[in-house]
Design a protein around this ligand. Structure first.
Ligand SMILES: C[S@@+](CC[C@H](N)C(=O)[O-])C[C@H]1O[C@@H](n2cnc3c(N)ncnc32)[C@H](O)[C@@H]1O
Length: 287
């Protein structure tokens, strides 16, 4: 366990029972100088104590917010309530030398995907054109622009607030000219102006990626290219969630008459009991 989290556990042990402690001490994220905690209803009145322990442990945290709804809806945003510190929901998060400004109440953001973002950025070859279908405030796109020699990263999002922050992040990270933010539904944007342009398509929205596979194929160049496909999958004992997604997606791609190989697949993270976020790296070949 990292030192800071161990320190927090010790502080919380002083104010919570062992069963209360097991419910809260792992379930928080730090984004920039804001901590987002998940406190079950039964412990709401202890939110302030938990927040103070977090602020004592992580000295740079100046605000603690409590997540009061799951991430929901098309825009993948969550309800947040102020608990302690400065009253704000906007912050700047640093990751692998990139800066991401975000309003956590208005836009999706997860600090837990940093290694996946870096993995994708390292796959991008010099001169590539990338289409990011679900860009949020631009995390994958900016990581790619900063850590590869991509020619262009078209970065689509349907949430006007996310696109506004993405534009600001493009300036903050000095990747103007490489990352091009576009507001709209990825389906429409691809059909209207990004057909057959991409060497690589990113689909970092597990809730919609399956439905939008058709449009990812439309965005790829005629000679083919890569699709990074994200999904959620359950797996009971003995089942392999990666194989389940591979099977489902392969069926769909065959029905769309694509020639392809699933070159790589893995669990990105566990999101619940026997419930996983999966990525597949799919090489689509010339038809
Ligand atoms: C899970 S978030 C991922 C954001 C970003 N890739 C990241 O890792 O921070 C998915 C994003 O897709 C956007 N979105 C949802 N439906 C969309 C659509 N049809 N077209 C474009 N963007 C969409 C949401 O607004 C949200 O910002």
């Amino acid at each position: 366990m990292p030192k800071a989290r161990r320190g927090l556990k010790e502080k919380l042990e002083a104010v919570l029972t062992p069963s209360e402690l097991s419910l809260v001490y792992r379930s928080y994220d730090i984004v920039g100088d804001i901590a987002v905690i998940k406190v079950p209803e039964s412990l709401v009145e202890k939110s302030r104590l938990i927040a103070e322990a977090i602020m004592e442990t992580h000295k740079h945290v100046s605000t603690v917010l409590r997540q009061v709804t799951p991430i929901h809806g098309d825009l993948r945003i969550r309800g947040l309530e102020w608990v302690a510190g400065e009253r704000k929901t906007e912050t700047v998060h640093r990751e692998f030398g990139c800066l991401f400004k975000v309003d956590l109440k208005r836009c999706y953001f997860s600090p837990r995907l940093l290694n996946e973002r870096m993995r994708i950025a390292r796959l991008v070859r010099e001169g590539e054109t990338v289409v990011n279908m679900f860009s949020g405030v631009g995390c994958y796109s900016i990581m790619i622009a900063r850590h590869s020699k991509a020619r262009k990263v078209y970065s689509i999002d349907i949430n006007p607030d996310a696109v506004r922050y993405m534009r600001e992040n493009v300036r903050l990270n000095r990747v103007e000219g490489v990352v091009e933010p576009i507001e709209g539904d990825a389906k429409d944007v691809i059909l209207e102006r990004l057909r057959r342009v991409a060497d690589r398509v990113l689909m970092p929205l597990p809730e919609k990626a399956y439905k939008y596979l058709k449009y990812a194929l439309e965005a790829l160049k005629k000679q083919g290219g890569w699709i990074h496909y994200y999904d959620f999958e359950h797996a009971s004992k003995g089942e392999n969630p990666v194989r389940k997604v591979e099977w489902k997606v392969s069926e769909r791609l065959r029905s769309l008459e694509a020639r392809f190989t699933v070159a790589h697949g893995k669990v990105v993270r566990t999101v619940g009991p026997r419930f996983y976020q999966i990525v597949l790296d799919i090489l689509v070949k010339q038809p």
